[in-house]
Write a protein that binds this ligand. Structure first.
Ligand SMILES: [Zn+2]
Length: 414
């Protein structure tokens, strides 16, 4: 049976590390209205998994539908960063498993925020867990023996960021639903994530740009058919796409906010969401890898990406792949802030959210079956914002679950 060495290694590691047993699942109702809309908006029945084909109901925590009046992935709609942040505040208020705070102020004076979600006891003791990661960070203060003990009690922080490139609109939308799901769902899978990982989410890094992109979308939507559309003239106050080339320069407020957060909390993994490839690309890159990267980091890139590809492929979702697109050399990307502080940085490139439905017809060089693309993108598929939500929310949940099951490994590597 053909199986890559990386997958074998992963399977052996998974078998050798006993995961922390999740609590017994409770019966939980499904939000029928929300779930029906997920099905209605999905443009292709292959782009789904059991993790995102429904939304659990809650009598206390508002869904995006209840709060915004629509589900995540509705064609023709985008959400302002200020409303995403208001939703995060509502989750914080309604759920003891969620807390949210401000991590920076943009060039134009808007808030950059962070939401943390984990089980209730972990959120209550967040400062304690921060202290454990701080101790693991500093071998001048922490002995090898103390570190060995801490690895058993500390929890990895998996920090998800999005909305750096403002026209890449889907990550910030999806992260509202992910935050809700992580806070309320009572399946063993989600409970396992909640009790073993502290998930951090910054839904929009380039807050100034997000508001301009949403303004422009709705301005154009109101234009009569056949009239010219206004392009997005600019998004960040000073910088557009190169806001992801500031990891070393530290010129922009978004970069400084992430750096401060990394230095304060020592997240184990920093995962940035983008939209510039077919279906879903999980970063590893082709090499040559930067020689300053810790060799273990490269192993972790591959373990995480192969886990994403394998779990999605196992469920028949086409077009989840790794290896190409990026080389792994240039160290000025924002997520390299993690690499320069012993952590792991990674990213997804997801097929665009839209938010209007469209057809994707990639060329033959993208649809061929390859070792890094075992179930390639199709010659043609109907796409839309719900496809984008389903594919990246599923993959990131598999990544969170994998890190939860292997939490001691990731902390030891750190
Ligand atoms: Zn991007």
């Amino acid at each position: 049976m053909p199986q890559s060495k990386a997958l074998l290694t992963l399977a052996m590691l998974a078998a050798s590390l006993a995961p922390v047993a999740p609590a017994v699942a409770q019966e939980q109702r499904v939000d029928a209205e929300y779930t029906a809309k997920i099905k209605e908006y999905l443009q292709d029945s292959r782009i789904t998994t059991e993790l995102v084909d429904h939304l659990p109901a809650s009598s206390t925590v508002p869904t995006p539908l209840k709060f915004l009046g629509r589900v995540v992935g509705m064609p023709g709609e985008l959400t302002y960063a200020k409303d995403i942040q208001r939703y995060f505040e509502a989750l914080d208020k309604a759920s003891p498993r969620v807390t949210t705070w401000k991590i920076g102020t943009t060039e134009e004076g808007r808030d950059i925020v962070l939401l943390a979600v984990a089980d209730e006891a972990t959120i209550r003791n967040l400062e304690k867990y921060k202290g454990m990661l701080a101790s693991l960070t500093d071998p001048r203060k922490t002995t090898e023996e103390q570190a060995r003990a801490l690895i058993k009690t500390a929890k990895p922080i998996y920090y998800i960021t999005s909305g750096m490139h403002s026209p890449e609109t889907g990550g910030p939308e999806m992260l509202m639903e992910l935050a809700y799901r992580l806070a309320v769902e009572e399946t063993p899978f989600i409970q396992g994530i909640r009790s073993n990982v502290i998930t951090f989410i910054t839904p929009v890094l380039e807050v100034d740009g997000r508001e301009k992109v949403v303004d422009t979308y709705y301005f154009n939507k109101k234009r009569p058919t056949g009239e010219a559309r206004l392009p997005v003239m600019y998004w960040g106050k000073y910088v557009q796409h190169d806001n992801n080339r500031d990891g070393m320069g530290q010129f922009l407020q978004l970069t400084r906010a992430v750096t401060r957060t990394v230095l304060e909390w020592r997240p184990t993994i920093l995962h940035d969401l983008h939209e510039a490839q077919t279906y879903l690309y999980a970063s590893t890159g082709t090499g040559p890898y930067n020689e300053q990267l810790d060799p273990i980091t490269i192993n972790e890139w591959w373990m995480l990406a192969e886990n994403d590809v394998m779990e999605m492929t196992k469920r028949g979702v086409p077009g989840v792949w790794t290896y190409g697109f990026y080389d792994g050399w240039v160290p000025n990307y924002m997520f390299f802030i993690a690499h320069s502080h012993n952590s792991v940085g990674r990213f997804y490139e997801v097929q665009s959210y839209g938010p209007d439905n469209y057809v994707v017809r990639p060329g033959a060089t993208t649809t061929s079956r390859e070792w890094f693309r075992p179930n390639p993108p199709l010659p043609s598929i109907n796409w839309g914002p719900r496809n984008n939500t389903n594919i990246q929310e599923s993959a990131i949940l598999f990544a969170l679950s994998h890190v939860g099951k292997n939490r001691e490994l990731y902390l030891e590597n750190y």
